[in-house]
Design a protein around this ligand. Structure first.
Ligand code: SAM
Length: 291
């Protein structure tokens, strides 16, 4: 294969680094990191171990979400002068995926510089392909806003997405997120929680939201987590059930403490049936009882 000589001056290299297993750093990434004159790192101390083990001598420049604006000019100047070579890495995985990088890439391209990614591990795609859920169409949500209206909006949007949805979550918020997902999608919605991917204690917990909640209520969430949520089921033959069966399912949700409108909303989200239709059935049921 005819390959370009690298690193080249004036090019921004984005380099994927391991999300756990150090053996996942590709030979190409290793040789590039050894060769470049500057390495922008999210955390110079954290990446220091990896870079030292490679014998990388390039100068490390700290570049993270709190100093992005102040460091951008320095990094763009390195590219502009064209006398040195520059790579960007994050603490783990692909820079730009829930990590700093996006702004540097867009500014570098805006200024006419070439950007080349040396691909590597990414928790989102690693969890997705090993989840057993549909990969043909998927949506990456990363970290949700931690609270408030914005979080509620994003959760409601993703609950009705028909594509598989990939989320990142911290261990101390995992149970809260699972509980919110259960309220919106129902306990039977397919879900795989990938924990500690590529590491010694790697595991997948599923097959649905209810099972994941049960597991993590007895096994304290520890480590790093990526969630892969099955899409909202298409309106399907289950919608052709007789009214009595719908009413029975609604009554069963209401017996768990939900109001009529909450039960209608949840069942609608789980099955694809119309919420208005379901809510109407409850009133019809009540009317029939009174007749
Ligand atoms: N840039 C990274 C990537 O390409 O995947 C993601 C960085 S983001 C700041 C870190 C989050 O990714 C973690 O909180 C976790 O949700 C997810 N993650 C990273 N490593 C993981 C692993 N080994 N197993 C499961 N999830 C992981």
């Amino acid at each position: 294969m005819n390959q370009r000589v690298e690193p080249q001056k004036g090019v921004l290299y984005l380099v994927g680094t391991p999300i756990g297993h150090l053996g996942d750093l590709s030979p190409r990434a290793q040789s590039l990191l050894k060769e470049v004159s500057f390495i922008a790192c999210e955390d110079t101390r954290h990446s220091g171990h990896l870079l030292k083990s490679l014998g990388a001598k390039g100068r490390r420049i700290s570049f993270h979400k709190h100093n992005t604006n102040s460091k951008l000019p320095q990094l763009l100047e390195i590219l502009k002068q064209g006398q040195n070579t520059l790579a960007l890495i994050s603490d783990a995985g692909l820079p730009g995926i829930s990590d700093p990088g996006e702004i540097l890439v867009s500014k570098a391209k805006e200024a006419g510089h070439e950007v080349i990614c040396i691909p590597g591990p990414c928790a989102a795609t690693t969890a997705l392909v090993s989840s057993g859920l549909p990969c043909e169409r998927f949506c990456f949500e990363g970290f949700l806003p931690t609270k408030g209206k914005l979080r509620k909006e994003r959760l409601s949007e993703l609950a009705i997405d028909m594509r598989t949805v990939v989320l990142y979550e911290s261990p101390h918020r995992l149970i809260q997120l699972l509980t919110e997902l259960e309220q919106l999608c129902g306990k039977d919605r397919p879900l795989q929680v990938a924990r500690e991917l590529t590491k010694r204690h790697e595991e997948q917990v599923g097959p649905n939201i209810g099972a994941a909640i049960k597991h993590f209520l007895t096994n304290k969430p520890l480590g790093e987590f990526t969630l892969v949520l099955g899409g909202k089921p298409k309106i399907n033959s289950t919608c052709l059930k007789p009214d009595e069966e719908w009413i029975q399912e609604l009554n069963s949700l209401m017996s768990e403490g939900m109001s009529a409108s909450e039960a209608a909303r949840q069942l609608a989200q789980q099955t694809g049936q119309s919420r208005r239709f379901l809510y109407g059935l409850l009133h019809k049921g009540a009317r029939n009882q009174n007749d």
